[in-house]
Design a protein around this ligand. Structure first.
Ligand SMILES: [Zn+2]
Length: 330
């Protein structure tokens, strides 16, 4: 009789407990499904709204004899297009190149970004684990070796202009001792304080491997950009501020004697689609690498408008190998 009472007590307590656990499991599963759906939505194509009004037109291209533009393909990282631009295919492979652009000018040879250093594989290890997990790196031609193959060395450079301070843009500085490096004060402060993004920059700066030059935008506006820095004072290489990806990011216009004009935009977009559609990076990638997501969106809209108004302008994301193949190889 007493056993029967205990069974009855256990039965009456067990049933609600079992139900409560079942309900909790279902709520947890529902939450997981909702979170996964929300994450999946951040990869769905959703072009940014583009207002009709556009800023002032670009000045006509200048012809400076002896100016050329080429690229040093330092290293490659393969990933999926969908991880680089919101709405890209998650099954299509994309080559993210680590490059330095070379501007030959009668008054000197200038690099835009430093490309890959000989230690680029080690440099990748200074980045967050998730970024490393998504990238597989293949070394091609480090900047110093590309210069060496033409009988040149660091002493043959007027200097390096950094679009920004992230590891894949400063890696090559390790081999370019004593070379002047132009960087904006905003970017310098960011590189020195940003725990992850400025990690490699700080290591290289601590070794005293280059001469810092402050880059300021004292020049008048250039097209829709409110300020500029005319590097050789002849309109062939014009730097403009492009904050967003980092606080001191810049973009660089390079105009060839035949009127062809390039605009190197650093990492404002990783792909040409980012400008064409226009579309930002997927939320997860943007969270990892962009300093100011709203600022990046504003720049993408501006670049889209600029491209529409100037169909012949070649906009060059720093990492899109599909665009780099349209540029001469150094
Ligand atoms: Zn980059």
């Amino acid at each position: 009789m007493r056993v029967g009472v205990r069974d009855a007590e256990r039965d009456s307590g067990a049933a609600p407990d079992y139900l409560r656990v079942q309900v909790k499991i279902r709520i947890a599963l529902l939450l997981v499904v909702v979170l996964l759906a929300a994450l999946a939505w951040t990869f769905v194509k959703r072009p940014l709204a583009v207002p009709k009004a556009i800023g002032p037109a670009l000045p006509p291209p200048v012809a400076v004899e002896g100016v050329s533009f080429s690229v040093i393909r330092g290293a490659e990282m393969k990933s999926q297009e969908g991880f680089a631009v919101r709405g890209g295919s998650l099954t299509k492979r994309l080559v993210n190149a680590v490059v330095a652009f070379v501007v030959e000018h009668p008054r000197g040879r200038l690099l835009i970004d430093a490309g890959a250093g000989r230690q680029v594989t080690e440099h990748l290890k200074t980045t967050p684990l998730l970024l490393r997990a998504l990238a597989s790196l293949t070394v091609k031609t480090p900047t110093l070796d590309a210069l060496g193959s033409r009988g040149l060395g660091p002493q043959d450079l007027r200097g390096v202009v950094l679009t920004h301070s992230h590891w894949d843009h400063v890696s090559g500085l390790q081999d370019l001792r004593e070379v002047p490096v132009w960087i904006t004060p905003e970017e310098l402060a960011h590189a020195r304080s940003d725990d992850e993004g400025g990690n490699l920059y700080r290591q290289l700066e601590a070794r005293g491997q280059f001469q810092l030059q402050e880059l300021s935008f004292a020049g008048e506006g250039y097209g829709p950009f409110a300020a500029s820095h005319d590097f050789f004072d002849d309109g062939s290489v014009v730097l403009v501020p492009m904050p967003g990806h980092t606080p001191g990011s810049i973009a660089v216009f390079v105009t060839l004697p035949d009127g062809k004009r390039f605009l190197v935009i650093g990492d404002t977009s990783w792909t040409r689609e980012g400008v064409d559609w226009p579309a930002e990076k997927p939320w997860l990638a943007g969270r990892m690498v962009d300093f100011d997501a709203a600022g990046v969106r504003d720049q993408l809209v501006l670049l889209h408008q600029l491209q529409r108004a100037n169909p012949n302008l070649i906009i060059v994301p720093a990492h899109d190998a599909r665009v780099h193949v349209t540029i001469a190889t150094f």
